[in-house]
Design a protein around this ligand. Structure first.
Ligand code: C2E
Ligand code: MG
Ligand code: MG
Ligand code: MG
Length: 293
């Protein structure tokens, strides 16, 4: 039996098999078991406010520990399968509950208050009882709604925009924060998206990545920040890895940053430890700005 299981697990992580139906089924079954057995975890990546240099929030990111290698399997490997199989509804509710529970635990430890952001899939947006699921989880965990942020991608919203608008209004009325993730990668205009009740835009990592080489990425990032501010939205840059990127974003008035430059996603205990250190983001010296950036 264990040899057979090992065979399955090997097949599961063999990239050469590609994502054919059989492999998807293997992943789906293993994921279902992992959810049942509580083998998923959330890791948390700090979001830093540029004005203060302080951690003001975290993004919760799902991780799956491979039992055979002890390594973490990244969400790219299982979120799509979870969406196709419908497992994302269970996974999504679990992530919401776990993120809220953990945030309460940090608060109980006397750590400064944090907003915890949870990613929502397009499939969850099509779930008409999503607002009641969120309301119930807030009540059960005792989380004040203003400390929960829901991240939705532009493409998830644009799939059924009218339906999404109604749902987002219901979610918003609970008091949670809403953000648009991976902003700039879709085809919708900021003017159009401003009809949705969102609080925050997350500039996609691809623009941040290209800031130093590609003047159009820099122009796009700059105008996203300016337009978002005119529409009353806050802006966060994701995937900030270098000091020059940070300097650019600071200079153009970006509100928050998230990325390896400050910290990778961390296990809950490590994030808790980081918070006790009150580590601040050090701003680059103004003189070191490269003029061309
Ligand atoms: P995302 O929501 O855009 O999350 C940001 C991703 O960028 C994370 O990848 C994070 O680890 C990575 N990242 C952060 N800073 C940097 C950086 O400086 N450089 C680079 N190269 N990468 C950085 P991760 O954790 O692999 O997650 C990938 C995607 O999976 C997420 O993208 C999100 O769309 C999805 N995801 C993760 N957890 C959940 C979940 O609980 N539910 C749903 N529906 N989706 C999830
Ligand atoms: Mg996200
Ligand atoms: Mg993102
Ligand atoms: Mg992204």
């Amino acid at each position: 039996h264990s040899a057979e299981r090992r065979g399955h697990e090997q097949a599961l992580y063999d990239e050469s098999l590609g994502h054919d139906a059989e492999q998807r089924l293997l992943i789906e079954n293993a994921l279902r078991l992992a959810i049942e057995r509580d083998q998923l975890e959330l890791h948390y990546q700090p979001k830093v406010e540029l004005a203060s240099g302080r951690i003001i929030g975290v993004e919760a990111l799902a991780r799956w520990r491979d039992r055979t290698t002890g390594e973490w399997i990244a969400p790219d490997r299982f979120i799509a399968v979870a969406e196709e199989s419908g497992l994302i509804l269970v996974l999504g509710a679990w992530a919401l509950r776990e993120a809220c529970r953990q945030n309460r635990e940090w608060a109980a430890q006397g750590l400064p208050p944090l907003v915890v952001a949870v990613n929502l899939s397009a499939v969850q947006l099509q779930q008409s009882d999503l607002p009641s699921v969120v309301r119930r989880i807030l009540a059960e965990t005792g989380m004040p709604a203003e400390y929960l942020e829901l991240e939705l991608t532009e493409s998830a919203i644009m799939e059924y925009p009218e339906q999404a608008n109604l749902l987002l209004r219901e979610l918003k009325s609970l008091g949670v924060k809403l953000s648009i993730d991976d902003f700039g990668t879709g085809y919708s205009s900021l003017a159009y998206l401003s009809r949705f009740p969102v609080d925050l835009l997350k500039i996609d990592r691809s623009f941040i990545n290209a800031l130093e080489q590609d003047s159009s990425a820099a122009a796009i990032a700059t105008s996203i920040i300016a337009m978002a501010h005119q529409l009353g939205l806050q802006v966060i840059a994701e995937g900030v890895e270098t000091e020059r990127q940070l300097a650019f974003l600071q200079r153009h008035g970006c509100d928050q940053i998230q990325g390896y430059y400050f910290s990778k996603p961390l296990a809950a205990a490590d994030l808790g430890w980081l918070l006790t250190q009150d580590r601040r983001l050090q701003m680059p010296e103004a003189v070191s700005f490269k003029r061309t950036l």
